[in-house]
Design a protein around this ligand. Sequence first.
Ligand code: AMP
Ligand code: MG
Length: 418
Amino acid sequence: MTPPASRTDDHDPNSMPVDRARQHIRDHLAPVHETERLGLHEALGRVLSNDIRSPHNVPNHDNSAMDGFALRIADLHVEGSTTLRVVGTAFAGRPYQGTIGNGECIRIMTGAVVPAACDTVVMQEQVHAEGNQATFGTGIRRGQNIRLAGEDLAQGQTVFPAGHRLRPADLGLIASLGIGEIDVFRKLRVAFFSTGDELTSIGQPLEQGQIYDSNRYTIFGMLKRLDVDIIDMGVVRDDPDLLRAALQQASAQADVILTSGGVSVGEADYMKQLLNELGQVVFWKIAMKPGRPLAYGRIDQAHYFGLPGNPVAVMVTFYQFVRHALLVLMGQPNPATAPMLPAVCVEPIKKAPGRTEFQRGILFADVDGSWKVRPIGNQSSGVLRSMSEANCFIVLPESCGSLPAGEIVQVQVLEGIV
Ligand code: AMP
Ligand code: MG
C-alpha cells in the first residue's frame, strides 16, 4: 500500500529493511584465504586459520587445589579420627619423590603434583597437625581437592576452531599449551576516502562554507579497533575523474573500500553512474535512521561500501553493516552480534513506524540497581557529539512508534570489557 505523497517525514515505503540489507551483504562476502604464521604477541585480534588442538593435558598432572595433606582415603577409619605420619612435603614445581606407605601422608601445597599413591587432599584448616603427626576427622570424600590432569584441556581436544578471533584469555590458553606460533589469516586491507567539495583537511584554513573532514578520523578509529591494515586516501572532490581515479587506485590495493558522502539523493546519480562503470554496486535507501542512503557492491575484487556523509550516519552504518562484514572477510564465519539488552527509557521517544532507528543514549544504573537509559537530547545525524557522549544505541524496531517515558527499550552497549 502506498502512503499519500504528501507525507513529510523521510520514510519511504520502498526502502530496504535493515535485516534484508545485512543478509544481502552477507551473501556476497568472500573471506580472505591467505595466511601467515605469527608469534603469540602479534596474534591478538587476529583470526585463526587452523584449529588449535591441545598437544597434552592441561594440567598435565593431577595436582592439589589446596594447601593441606595428601593421603589415601582407605587409611582413614570410617568412624572417629585417624592419625597419620607425615613423611614429606610436595611443593608446586617440586614434587615429593619418596614413597608413602600405609598409615602415612604428605604435606602438599596448591598446584603441587598429587603423588600416585594418594587419592585425596584434605585442606590444612581441617587437620590437626603436630610434629610429624596429622590427625583427620570424618566426612572426607575420595578425590576431594584434586584438580585432575586434563581437567582444563584434554590431550587432542580442539581448543579453538579455525575462524576464532583471538582475545587476551585465548593467548594465555594457547601459551598454556606451550604453543608459541600460530597460523592466522592475513590482515584485511581497507582503503577509505571522504567525498565532498565542502571538505577541508586538518592543517588547511577553513574557507567560507567549508568544514573539516571528520569522517576520515572516525572511520580511522573504527577500523583501528578491528586491527585491519588502513589505507587513508584523504579527501576527494566531487569530480567524476578524481573519484574514478581514487576508486581504481583503492580497488587495486585494498580488499575493502569505504567512502563517506556522495550517496544521498542529490549526489547519488553521479556516483551511481561512476560505480556502474567500474563495478557492480547497488544503492539502497535503507529503512533506518540515521543512515538511510547506503551503497554496497564490488569494484573488481574489492568490496565497496558507500556510507552516507553525515557523521553520525557514518558511524551507525559502519557498526550496523560494515563491522560485521569486515569480521566475516577477516575469516570469522559467524561473528557474534552485539547483544541487545532491555532498559527502561526515562524520557519519551519520538519515532515514526516504518524504519529501524538507532538513537544514541546514555545507559546508567539507577539507585535501585536497575538499568535505565536516557536518549541524548539532539538526535540529528549531523551532530557527532551525540555519538561521543553516548555509551549505547537505543535500537527501536521498524514497527515501533513514539513511546512514553518508562517503556522498556532494547539497547546495544558501545563498549565491552575485552
Ligand atoms: P552527503 O552524504 O555527501 O550529502 O553529506 C551529508 C552531510 O554530511 C553534509 O552536511 C556534508 O557536509 C556532511 N559530510 C560529508 N562528508 C563529511 C566528512 N567527511 N566530514 C564531516 N562531514 C561530512
Ligand atoms: Mg557530499
